[in-house]
Design a binder for this molecule. Structure first.
Ligand code: ADP
Ligand code: TYD
Length: 220
């Protein structure tokens, strides 16, 4: 079980490949820093030495389809536990705002939805490895054609090679997860340009921070 922590502010960015979430997270980080918070950014799979090694295995095209969905899920969960204990919890405990590019909902959407392991099973297993659910999750939602076009000519990794039906299932799973957890998750339409999308992201963060102020929680 991961250490639990109630300190700090924890925000995750989610979406299909090419949705623009890394771009939006960078804009959000700058914005929140501008408000005077100490902000750290991290990503999954990765964020620690072990987790980056697991990332290399997971995204290795040479493995192709020879990874069972359950083995894949357990590797993502192993990487998440290490990332949570080594990076996320210490920064939350020191009162920082932690922004992560992908977290537990990625497993629910990709392995639960995309690979068909089921959303409930993956949410349950996520509970075993995370210190807490993010305080706010922003899903950048785009049709898969837009995601694929934004990925451009870069060589697809092992999961990106799965094709359109897989990505469609992942996107549908994200929307279902959002419907299940409306208190935590906000879906932002990412199909417009970067500025149009970031206006919605900043609005969401503003509203979230105002809510935190009202109940008297600070970054510390
Ligand atoms: P992700 O992290 O979701 O894979 P990125 O933020 O890395 O996506 O964006 C993928 C590519 O699309 C990058 O080249 C980025 O500059 C571009 N991009 C991001 N957001 C938009 C947008 N709203 N409109 C057009 N291009 C975008
Ligand atoms: P990455 O290069 O980080 O993709 P992106 O830039 O689109 O975020 O690769 C991560 C890949 O791993 C991506 O295809 C999504 C997938 N993934 C899962 O399938 N399950 C998970 O739990 C996580 C964290 C990522």
């Amino acid at each position: 079980m991961a250490y639990s922590t109630e300190k700090g502010i924890f925000i995750s960015f989610e979406g299909i490949d090419g949705s623009g979430k890394s771009t939006q997270m960078a804009i959000a980080a700058k914005y929140i820093r501008g408000k005077g918070f100490d902000v750290i950014t991290t990503r999954e799979p990765g964020g620690t030495k072990l987790a980056e090694k697991i990332r290399d295995i997971l995204l290795d095209n040479a493995l192709g389809g020879r990874v069972t969905p359950m083995a894949e899920l357990l590797l993502y969960l192993a990487s998440r536990h290490q990332h949570s204990e080594e990076t996320i919890v210490p920064h939350l405990n020191s009162g920082s705002v932690v922004l992560t590019d992908r977290y537990a909902d990625s497993s629910t959407a990709y392995q639960g939805g995309g690979r068909g392991l089921g959303l409930d099973l993956v949410e349950g297993l996520n509970e075993l490895v995370i210190p807490r659910w993010p305080d706010l999750t922003i899903i950048i939602d785009v049709p898969i054609e837009i995601g694929l076009s934004r990925m451009g000519n870069r060589r697809p990794d092992r999961l990106e090679e799965e094709g359109t039906n897989f990505l469609k299932a992942v996107r549908a799973a994200y929307l279902e997860i959002a419907g299940r957890h409306t208190e935590r998750i906000v879906v932002v339409d990412g199909s417009g340009n970067i500025e149009k999308t970031s206006a919605q992201v900043i609005f969401t963060i503003e509203r979230f921070l105002a809510g935190i102020n009202r109940i008297g929680i600070s970054g510390g």
